[in-house]
Design a protein around this ligand. Sequence first.
Ligand code: TXA
Ligand code: MG
Length: 327
Amino acid sequence: MSRLPTRLIRVAPHQPQPAAIERAAAILRAGGLVAFPTETVYGLGANALDARAVRKIFTAKGRPDWDPLIVHVTGTVMAKTLANRLPPQFPKLARAFWPGPLTLVVEKSACVPDEVTAGRPTVALRMPRHAVARALLASANLPIAAPSANRFGRPSPTRAAHVRDDLDGRVDLILDAGPTEMGVESTVLDLTQTPPAILRPGGVSREKLARILGDVTLAPGVADQRAKAGLSSPGMTLRHYSPRARVELVDSIPLARKRAALLRSRGRRVGVLLGSTDMGRYAHELFDRLRRFDAAGVAVIVCVLPSGKGLGWAVRDRLQRAAGLSK
Ligand code: TXA
Ligand code: MG
């Protein structure tokens, strides 16, 4: 892996320049790594059918090799080539939420390397909505394995600068299309269980899934953030992002203000995340704000925990992880 500074190319988020996309696609075809935007967070991509290329993702991120990757696809036709058998809910869900922030775990086909799935018999598939991700998939005409493009243990990157801060010299190219829209990762839904189980709350809410599925359950680690055993999504067992600062969670803006004032009166450097009644905005800003607090070296981050409705559930989940409640 080269440790020269990584090249970053700016692309228009809605109509990316074909030359930039073609260049990135050529890197993927040659077994290299490209960081690219999706509507959730930036991903660190490699050709999902090339085991050697996929191994580079783990090295670049410092990710443990037992944590499987999401494979990004151009659509259901490509998805079918990677799956053994698609369960009956699959077409309904794909019609309702693809392209978009929903990842579906299904039985894998033989062409998916063990490196991608960490030796599991299942593969996680997602068709992203971002125009740059879609153009890259179409141009490469390959399934792209891509975890979030952060170093292991850091918040997911929602801007190209976050990717560069974490992975400079460890990735061949970064496509910079500005801040990502959603700011939290996709919902991961396991379709190999009956009823389907949410392994990670994310961009598609539980309410919306229930409308299509009727019945949807929560994997143990999601149902109880403090549960330590029996998790079926390996990534959820991890000490995920935890800042150097202590993270304190409170239920309202007045409580956050009061707590921050008290800590400041004791001479502590405090960061405050008040959130927003607009949950889309809270999610959009979340990881950037946490990264900024880390960079500023605050001692305590006081965060308002939103209600668990809609996108608020995913924001709650990420804040609870940052606070170490799921460790
Ligand atoms: O929004 C997103 O999902 C972003 C963008 C780049 O698409 N990707 C992302 O990937 O967040 P990553 O690797 O950071 O998180 C993937 C999650 C992990 O918790 C992993 O354990 C789980 O999906 N996962 C992947 N394959 C799985 C499988 N076969 N079975 C169960 N869980 C799986
Ligand atoms: Mg991640």
